[in-house]
Design a protein around this ligand. Sequence first.
Ligand code: GUN
Length: 282
Amino acid sequence: MAARIIDGKAVAATVRERVAREVASHEAEAGRAPALATVIVGDDPASEIYVRNKHRACAEVGMRSVHHGLPAETTENELLELVAELGLHDDVDGILVQLPLPERIDPDRVLAAIDPGKDVDGLTPANAGLLAHGTPGLVPCTPAGAMELLRHEGVELEGAEAVVVGRSKLVGVPVARLLLAADATVTVCHSRSRDLAAVCRRADVLVAAVGVPRLLGADAVKPGAVVIDVGMNRTDDGLCGDVDFDAAVEVAAAITPVPGGVGPMTIAMLLVNTLKAARSRV
Ligand code: GUN
């Protein structure tokens, strides 16, 4: 029997409706709506689209947002200055520096300069440390979105075998930490892992976040597993995930499509984080 398709758009819409209600009550209490500041350096077209969508999503839930588009020749110091300024700005609750940055700029230095209380991407060393410590502050949006989908699907994580493919700071590592915090038994695989399919086949919950189109086929999926595909790969025949959907859908119990699975959750969780950051500043 083919797997249940996890509808990320629908779950994201539910999260956004909840945030909109909470934004309204926050505004009534605090006297102003939460505000997100975004920063792009250069003119990467994909970044422009992502950030435009983030601003649209803010407006839809009643949040304010301000964009800082900096020229490609901006120096690291100029960017650090802006990030520091936004950290001190009373009217800014969340700061998001869109990645990738131009090669000359060290993303780790820039992320480390973001006020952790305004780090709505959850990517500062301070928030990564809190997550590693088991006392999460602001959690990265895509991992938080993946967890929200699992919660929404009613997936029992306690004692479950979870396998995460990918060890990035943006997704793989934080999602592994969140699964561990939910009492799953967690294995993290990466490009050097031996016999990837065999390890993946142990998973009750398989999270693919590696950025290789259709890397994981039916042989990597345990019958009845829940598959969360974070991959978003542009190929000649369109967008696809890290999982071979057509093959995996015949084996899994539930699976996220690409697009329409984890993708819509990322922006929804950014809104959740921005509201959380605003609340914690009152
Ligand atoms: N570029 C691609 N995904 C992301 C993200 O989640 N946050 C930021 N800041 N940049 C990104």
